[in-house]
Design a protein around this ligand. Structure first.
Ligand SMILES: [Zn+2]
Ligand SMILES: [Zn+2]
Length: 309
């Protein structure tokens, strides 16, 4: 029972970064999607698909003899993505990187897997190989077919050398999930952080909020003022914005820690919502209640079971 309760809470928590209806596989209507091809820098491009339910980014690195992609939403998005790739020059997909195991990031695996090399954190492979019952999905997910499984996996980091780029994938900590990677394009000075950050005026939830804070601090240290930050579901961001967000997250975690020490319950802390320090981040919009975001921080600090992610 407690597990069921937690599952419901956690569903609400994760929904802070994506609309609730996006959490059921197959509910994003890509036939109503509007696709944009956004040049980023050098040979890095983003294919951005905006549907009524969500916004999804696919990073494309173009080489002479093929593409390297980071993430791909559900297979239903593939016609639009393939059209955009064909417009870029009709090359084959050689590499496909997954920032984490969620279905809205690994949907290209079964399509490109037979020919492309899929690279991801080792826990992505583990999760795709077996049936998952995450709390946020009304139905079980997977197992995915073998062609969708990553063929190269890593524990801490791996570097791929392709199309004149050095592409580094780092797993800093369990955060949004236990499968997270941050993907750096060294030459182009671009980083794809997946779902651990959601850009200006938004916030991103996950299974371990301290892990997210730790990972984002590592990203901040690594990048510079010219770095382009790409996320799973928002417009592009930059170091200035991330440097504004990370202290807010850190301070909120510290505040919740104090409240736990003072004996406050999860409900009391969650009901209080986001502190006013967030005002400039959301301006000109009002600070959202953020009950679930705060509850998730409480759960993280209480070391409750956060595995069903
Ligand atoms: Zn996700
Ligand atoms: Zn996502």
């Amino acid at each position: 029972m407690e597990n069921i309760l937690r599952a419901r809470l956690m569903l609400a928590l994760l929904c802070v970064c994506c609309p609730a209806y996006a959490f059921q596989v197959g509910t994003t209507d890509f036939t109503k999607g509007v696709t944009k091809v956004l040049p980023v820098r050098d040979n890095v491009t983003v294919i951005q698909i905006r549907t009524p339910q969500d916004l999804n980014n696919v990073v494309v690195l173009t080489g002479r003899d093929g593409y390297l992609l980071v993430d791909h939403p559900e297979p239903a998005a593939n016609p639009a993505i393939q059209r955009a790739l064909d417009d870029l020059g009709k090359r084959p997909v050689k590499f496909l990187l997954n920032t984490h195991w969620h279905y809205d990031h690994v949907g290209g695996n079964e399509i490109y897997g037979p020919d492309a090399i899929i690279v991801a954190h080792e826990n992505v492979r583990k999760r795709l190989m077996t049936k998952q019952t995450p709390f946020w999905s009304p139905t079980p997910i997977g197992p995915y077919p073998e062609r969708a499984w990553p063929r190269i996996t890593f524990r801490d980091m791996v570097t791929i050398h392709f199309a004149g780029e050095d592409i580094e994938m780092d797993h800093y900590a369990n955060g949004h999930t236990d499968t997270d990677s941050v993907v750096y394009f060294a030459r182009a000075n671009v980083v794809d952080v997946g779902d651990i950050y959601d850009g200006k005026g938004s916030y991103a939830g996950g299974a371990d909020m301290e892990g997210i804070a730790h990972s984002l601090s590592a990203v901040l240290e690594r990048i510079n003022d010219d770095t382009v930050i790409i996320t799973g579901h928002s417009e592009m961001s930059n170091r200035r914005e991330l440097a504004e967000y990370v202290p807010l997250l850190d301070q909120t975690i510290a505040l919740v820690r104090q409240e736990i020490a003072a004996g406050k319950s999860e409900k009391e802390v969650a009901d209080a919502g986001l502190p006013e320090i967030w005002k400039p981040w959301f301006a000109p919009q009002a600070v959202p209640a953020g009950h679930d975001f705060v509850r998730q921080i409480y759960a993280t600090l209480n070391h409750t079971d956060i595995l069903d992610q």
